[in-house]
Design a binder for this molecule. Sequence first.
Ligand code: ADP
Length: 191
Amino acid sequence: MLNLVLFGPPGAGKGTQSQKLIDQYRLVHISTGDLFRAHIGNRTELGQRVSKLIADGELVPDSITIAMLEEEIDKNPQAPGFIFDGFPRTVAQAEALDRFLESKGAGITGVVALDVTEEELTARIAKRKAISNRADDDSEKLKKRIEEYFNKTIHVLPYYEQQGKLTKVNGIGDIEAIFDEIKGVVDGLLI
Ligand code: ADP
């Protein structure tokens, strides 16, 4: 199995690069942000529980997020591997993912972290706001999301670094050039 984590702050380009990785490696994409938005759109009980937190740019509690993620993995028993996008966002989530994959005789193959400056992130999301209808793309909420990233999510990096699984890729520049660099990393993991 090839299990990848695509890591980066809000607006780093995880969604764009995930799509290209799926096309290239036929992996099953799991984006916790997309899953939450689908729950909210479908007005499920879970959606109703998390919609305010998400609109406010706060992280959803680990217990809810981890349960949803494990369910999604279990829906895809034939997957050749997964690309995790927007998960893990806390060290507890990273530990839970390791335990869960281990119980299936699998594990995380590698983590690609998109490196983007805070200035560039704010500019990108301002642009996206003009065309998106995401409730969490306005500037106050974005500030909160970036804050959550620097308070909680960034600690996931040393977790994977200690395991020797982390590779940083420059996330600024041409989308294709960034993808080429990611592909180089992933091809290296396949050997
Ligand atoms: P971004 O553009 O910030 O990468 P996502 O689509 O990944 O956005 O996530 C949107 C929102 O969904 C987050 O701001 C957070 O509220 C919630 N969320 C997504 N993934 C997680 C997670 N792994 N843990 C907690 N909350 C999450």
